[in-house]
Design a protein around this ligand. Structure first.
Ligand code: NAD
Length: 456
């Protein structure tokens, strides 16, 4: 590891002055490889998670290809230094923000969208001219092995390298003085990453998780909300960082909404081949424990729960105690708990008492309610009348706030996460505006200073 790190460190200095066309070349080969190996990607995802080919295309192959295509198209623009204006004391100078690569970067990725969440940051890191160590999740070995094959086929080790393995491998990597660490995973591990980063003052992007609440108010279109929530919650069997975690429904429409939601679940995921399985026994057991805590009377929908196949069919439950695991932990699985409400401000107060979520969803036709929720809550993203889609929006930053993470990713935001925004100031030779204020002080200089303090 150390040897490879040293090689990448030397290469990263060379990459600082490399032509943008060479970075684009790397993106081009990556794009080509993904297109040529689309079936292999889908096969790996089917082996690791039982993802259907359709879902793998929608949620992994297509977003990765859009990300790389956008980077190829926009890289000249993103990497161009941005001129900035001068103020009074800087008359005669020229100033710009230059985007330089951070250097040697570490990407640690999770298992839930194991291809997209590894390749996405890899694209951003390479776009910004960095070298990369990538450590994918040990829970999705087929995809991790494919990522290794891909990186080995496309790049020399001094540009990008994949280390497969678990937390121990990640811990070894974290001993190295990376210039930037991009971590996607749980808030608990995010804290460990930050501690290690602190030893070297490595900058970090933390893409974390948590509980993303969904509100359906009394003005919402019930059918529309049920349709979209059914998709957003149970795609990837609920193992999505921005999936609706729990749902607040206005009491007046609760029964009708729940009936619609059940219908939609069966329409979208009724066929076993369209439904993803739980990643492994550890997570299956975690989710089963959450279900065991739940009384039978509060379960409104359930189906097959089969450890041998790692299948947990969609579960909807209601009236769950605030102390239960379902209401305290991130569910990260196919269980949706529903809470009825009468006053929106009480829902907002409950949301504000908890950690700031990665995403917050509101289904409503009321402008007043939309403004109220937008202004009174804090979260990485808010979506009105849909869910999960913000992840794929090409022009929005993606990320959390505090407990759900910090730093942004995707497109230009991802490029910036892996770039140092270097301030470049060019001064003229000889008499300068700021030089007029150098000591020794005199009456004239003091007058000038008084004027600056008063007016500028
Ligand atoms: P995780 O934190 O357990 O693991 C993520 C990565 O960290 C893996 O590669 C793992 O090997 C490594 N890791 C685990 N323990 C470690 C340790 N002690 N030291 C160093 N590295 C360690 O997360 P997960 O279970 O893979 O993913 C689920 C979590 O990720 C959920 O909280 C989910 O919300 C979040 N998530 C967030 C996003 C996002 O974009 N914000 C996307 C997907 C998942």
């Amino acid at each position: 590891m150390k040897k490879t790190f040293n090689r990448q460190q030397r290469k990263s200095i060379e990459l600082r002055s490399e032509k943008i066309s060479l970075r684009k070349k790397r993106l081009e080969v990556l794009e080509k490889w993904m297109l040529q190996n689309r079936e292999a990607i889908k096969a790996a995802l089917a082996s690791d998670l039982g993802k259907s080919a359709h879902e793998a295309d929608i949620s992994e192959v297509f977003p990765a290809l859009s990300e790389v295509r956008k980077a190829r198209r926009k890289l000249n623009l993103w990497s161009r230094a941005k001129q900035v204006k001068s103020s009074m004391t800087f008359i005669g100078t020229r100033a710009k923000i230059a985007y330089e690569p951070k250097g040697v970067c570490l990407i640690i990725s999770p298992w839930n969208y194991p291809f997209m969440l590894a390749v996405g940051p890899l694209i951003s890191a390479l776009s910004a001219g960095n070298t990369v160590f990538l450590k994918p999740s040990e829970f999705t070995p087929a995809t991790s092995a494919l990522l290794k094959t891909m990186v080995e086929a496309l790049f020399d080790e001094e540009v990008a390298v994949v280390y497969e393995g678990d937390a121990n491998v990640a811990q070894q990597l974290l001993q190295l003085p990376f210039n930037h660490i991009f971590f996607t995973g749980s808030p608990a591990v995010g804290k460990i990453i930050m501690k290690h980063a602190a030893a070297h003052l490595s900058s970090v992007t933390l893409e974390l998780g948590g509980k993303s609440p969904t509100i359906v108010d009394e003005t919402a279109s019930i059918k529309d909300a049920a349709h979209k929530i059914a998709w957003g919650k149970w795609i990837n069997a609920g193992q999505t960082c921005v999936a609706p975690d729990h749902l607040y429904i206005h009491r007046s429409i609760s029964d009708e909404f729940i009936t619609q939601l059940k219908n939609e679940v069966s329409k979208l995921f009724g066929k076993p081949e369209d439904y993803t399985r739980i990643v492994n026994e550890k997570h299956f057991d975690r989710l089963s424990e959450l279900l065991k805590e739940t009384s039978e009377s509060s379960i409104l929908l359930s189906g097959k729960v089969d450890k041998s196949e790692l299948i947990i069919d969609p579960v909807i439950c209601k009236d769950i105690s605030a102390e239960s695991g379902l209401m305290r932990e991130e569910i990260f699985g196919p269980i949706l708990s529903i809470i009825e409400f009468e006053e929106l401000d009480q829902v907002v107060a409950t949301i504000n008492e908890a950690e700031k979520p990665l995403a917050l969803y509101l289904f409503s036709k009321s402008r007043k309610n939309k403004n109220f929720v937008l202004r009174q809550t804090s979260s990485g993203s808010v979506v009105v009348n849909d869910c999960v889609l913000q992840f794929a929006h090409p022009h929005l930053p993606f990320g959390g706030v505090n407990n759900s993470g910090f730093g942004k990713s995707h497109g230009e935001y991802g490029f910036r996460a892996f770039s140092n925004e270097k301030a470049v100031l060019k001064q003229k030779i000889g008499l300068t505006m700021s030089g007029l204020l150098y000591p020794p002080a005199n009456k004239w200089k003091n007058k000038l200073l008084d004027m600056l303090i008063k007016y500028f």
